[in-house]
Design a protein around this ligand. Sequence first.
Ligand SMILES: Nc1ncnc2c1ncn2[C@@H]1O[C@H](COP(=O)(O)OP(=O)(O)O)[C@@H](O)[C@H]1O
Ligand SMILES: O=C(CO)[C@H](O)[C@H](O)COP(=O)(O)O
Length: 556
Amino acid sequence: MEDKYVIGIDFGTDSVRALVVNAVTGETAGTAVSEYPRWKSGLYCNAALSQFRQHPLDYTESMEASVKAALSGVPDKVRRSIKGIAVDTTGSTPVAVDRAGTPLALLPEFETNPNGMFILWKDHTANAEAEEINELAHRWETDYTQFVGGVYSSEWFWSKILRTLRIDERVREKAFSWVEHCDWISAELAGNTDPLSMKRSRCAAGHKALWHQDFDGLPSNAFFEELDPLLGGLRERLFEYTYTSDQSVGTIAPEWADRLGLPEDVVIGVGAFDAHMGAVGALAEPYALCKVIGTSTCDMLVAPNEEVGHLLIKGICGQVDGSIVPGMLGMEAGQSAFGDVYAWFAKLVIEPVKSLLGEEQAKVVADKLITHLAAEAALLPVSEKDLLAVDWLNGRRTPDANHTLKGALLGLNLATNGAAIFKALVEATAFGSKSIVERFKAEGVPVHEVIAIGGVSKKSPFVMQTLADVLNMPIKVAVSEQACALGAAMFASVASGIHQSLPQAQQAMSSGFDAVYHPRPDIVGIYDKLYDKYLKAGDFIEKEFLKESTFPLQIG
Ligand SMILES: Nc1ncnc2c1ncn2[C@@H]1O[C@H](COP(=O)(O)OP(=O)(O)O)[C@@H](O)[C@H]1O
Ligand SMILES: O=C(CO)[C@H](O)[C@H](O)COP(=O)(O)O
């Protein structure tokens, strides 16, 4: 087959990565990363309030920069052979748009208003609204949370919309509709951002917006009106149909072909969430748990509809037909903070250094700190009497979403040093992972193997070994540094007709696996005991320690 190329674009929390791939051989022709400038300087965010917003210009500018940089070294012949682009993004990361589908922050009167920007997945300002949605859904004639694990989260679409409409009159007046990041970028690239006709991702709609075939689309207008009259009528300005990512949204808009220096017939695929496309890029087979391990984790599982489609799996972030692989049931779970737990501890150490010795000296320490702590922690013996941590520093995503929960450290004494704390934090993140695996199993979904992708899986052998020991399962790490972008590229190759099906694209373009971490038999038993203590500590936090708190809890 003549060489044909595609581009996968992966919008992460901090940066966007572009990957130019030969769709026939899977070879990478070019790649580049670009950070979001406004986000990097902390604009529009307030961690103490758990408010995390991203400006649409951060996305478009960084996308342009990364695609151009990825293409800068490739021969002209390759550039002319690019046939398709697909994007993945974080989610639920919705934005209010006007009638034309323009995010409000792109209008002069909203350009600095955080409520007119994308509300990043990890923004937890809508805890109270999530609780209201749960309360109503559980007593409504149809429990609309049944396909999202029985708990609606403050990280998701409707919680964020409801909160924003309540608190910002100007946004309320101007917002015609709401769009997920993965849908808006794809629509923007294809030059049709009309909220009523843009193609919406099955993945985003099913996992975060309560869309399901059995509901004839989104929950009823009566449900939303009962929740709050402010939501009345919005359903009609959203969407009824959804699309899997093997479909196309259209051909690249001339403006974007020009900006990116691409042919005018490039096909744009339907977008999806990063972790979902990551599982595709990592070649996750049915019943392989694919853990995307970075700031947070997303734990993805694919299974044939006919085998598990009848189950209602409690406490996960959704089960959606075609959300990962078209034609299969896609399931999502995850942890709200994973690498972020280590980043928190590193920041705790670095902040005083910065104040006392200045930015430059602090940077020297910061660059080496996590690796140093991991090396020290790896030397410590593992015992069931060790310091214990609970990983809910950013709440708990699964099992059973609850973003008001807090983390903990138990067992400090005067000998406890930084390495011991770091070790306990790493173990806590691994225990959080184990509770997800246990939940899948308890709900009748077997987990046959574990695959890891994402920054932490590449950066930290210590974390990966601990995870294998705690899970008592081998973990395969995918070769690709950019499995999400690679998954997007695979989808682009199907949407643009290079490959006839996703499995065909995966076979041609997969990068395979390199490291495999095997559980150490002498440690596994100790971790089983520590895991029991972790469950008890979590129970105490949830049922006793936070019992008296009024809702919503103060974050920070
Ligand atoms: N050496 C390391 N060991 C463990 N975790 C690390 C290390 N270096 C960075 N991290 C963590 O990796 C996370 C970022 O993961 P990455 O996958 O690169 O980004 P993203 O989640 O934005 O896609 C951060 O939370 C950081 O704390
Ligand atoms: O929940 C998600 C997908 O369903 C988020 O997109 C994901 O957690 C973002 O994480 P990261 O920054 O590690 O890519």
